[in-house]
Design a binder for this molecule. Sequence first.
Ligand SMILES: Cc1cc2nc3c(=O)[nH]c(=O)nc-3n(C[C@H](O)[C@H](O)[C@H](O)COP(=O)(O)O)c2cc1C
Length: 172
Amino acid sequence: MIYYYSATKKTQVYAEVLAQILDSPIYVLETNWDNGQSSKFKQFGFFVGCAFYALVGKTIPVKNMPKIYEPHESKEITKETQKNQESEIYVCAPIWANAPAPPIEYFLKNAIFKNVKVHLLLTASAPNEKMRTKGQKLLSTIDCIPGNVFVFAGSGAHDIELLKEQLKEMVQ
Ligand SMILES: Cc1cc2nc3c(=O)[nH]c(=O)nc-3n(C[C@H](O)[C@H](O)[C@H](O)COP(=O)(O)O)c2cc1C
């Protein structure tokens, strides 16, 4: 299964190509703030608001948590949630302020991933090693089997053929 959040559609292209390669279902995570719909964001402009929230480490909740990954109080794993979980997932997200965007942090921190291998695919304007380290740190703070963390240039979304080759290599 592939889960993604994408504000300006670059990560979306990565997630869709990856879904094709893995022949996997895909699920888009949304927030109330996308497209500047929130009145809070209209005041500042969407990207300034995003940057500010990312910089100060504020949460941006996902409004459509997938059923099996709904936020829960106890973090208890029931037979039902265990049964429904995939064993391996890819989570795709943009980098904001040098770290995975807050909605993806929300998704990862508010769901049960016990016994699930979680890979992260991040896109950034200017990828660097620190971003990969931040992704690895994020995975290490949640109860999952940490998978690989990949950081790609968002501009890669413009060349689908090259992207296919890169992602095929990535999943090998
Ligand atoms: C609020 C905000 C903060 C960003 N911060 C960074 C950053 O620190 N470093 C970077 O290389 N790119 C940064 N970017 C660029 C995005 O990571 C990049 O364009 C990404 O591919 C966008 O993915 P999306 O189209 O799926 O939203 C930022 C973009 C936004 C909107």
